[in-house]
Design a protein around this ligand. Structure first.
Ligand code: FPP
Length: 250
């Protein structure tokens, strides 16, 4: 992969053996990026897809094992219909052009969120992506679509109660039993959460899974987010000490 001198420079400061295994991203600022250019919001989302393309390639190159992208929240349905329709066309657009490369690069596409609430065309595109990459063993590319963390937790509780009532599981529920009912079952929790666009909040994203994640915020709008920023986030991550509630050095 061809890197720019500035990217090479930051990459040299990074310990390639301590790349965060799971990076989650809240991709915010598309609308403001467009407004500042006098463009329709859709132009910001379209440019956002270009960022997704490069971030996925570069994350894979860096050896990130799981990349989770918050592409559409359960709250995003409150946006104008025209914007929703445009956002719903993006997974298909992305997969149409990128799927061959994802397959070749051993990337496995996954969905977190409620597929039932998604339009048929999105479900079909995603299912095609899931099927084509199901046997891949490299980076997991997790698209959060029609995703809300509270809904995820409530559904997990409902499924767990059902299984308890049917005697499928033991009544002694612990954290691991519960986590197996979440959309992210089987995946490690995010080590690093990146949010672009300047807001400092979680916005109903991975509430359970982010318990011990390092959080990294940047005012950069998602369409302007590039390799340099991702490297900076990883470099900052590597300088932090994750104590998980313990005392330093314990
Ligand atoms: C938030 O920015 C962004 C979204 C609701 C959509 C994010 C989607 C993408 C970046 C593209 C997804 C790509 C694929 C392949 C599925 P905003 O519009 O709320 O920005 P604003 O806060 O500046 O208005």
């Amino acid at each position: 992969m061809q890197l720019k001198p500035r990217e090479e420079e930051i990459l040299r400061k990074i310990d390639r053996r301590r790349i965060p295994a799971h990076v989650a991203m809240i991709m915010d600022g598309n609308g403001r990026w467009a407004r500042e250019r006098g463009l329709p919001r859709s132009a910001g989302h379209r440019q956002g897809v270009e960022t997704v393309r490069d971030v996925v390639r570069f994350s894979n190159y860096l050896g990130i094992k799981v990349l989770t992208l918050f592409a559409f929240s359960t709250e995003n349905w409150h946006r104008p219909a025209q914007e929703i329709n445009f956002l719903m066309s993006l997974p298909e657009q992305y997969l149409q052009t990128e799927l061959p490369e994802l397959v070749k690069n051993n990337v496995r596409v996954q969905l977190i969120g409620d597929p039932e609430g998604l339009p048929g065309q999105v479900r079909r595109a995603i299912n095609e992506g899931l099927a084509a990459t199901a046997k891949n063993s490299g980076m997991v590319l997790n698209f959060a679509l029609n995703y809300g963390a509270r809904m995820e937790i409530v559904r997990a509780v409902q499924a767990l109660i059902r299984d308890l009532q049917q005697g499928k599981i033991e009544p002694s529920v612990n954290e691991a039993t519960f986590a197996a009912y979440l959309y992210t079952a089987g995946l490690p929790d995010p080590d690093l959460l990146i949010r672009t666009g300047g807001e400092h909040r979680i916005s109903n994203f991975l509430l359970w899974q982010l318990a011990y994640s390092e959080l990294w915020f940047t005012p950069v709008y998602w369409p302007d987010f590039c390799r340099q920023h991702l490297l900076q986030a990883i470099s900052d991550f590597q300088q932090r000490e994750r104590r998980y509630g313990k005392i330093s050095g314990e």
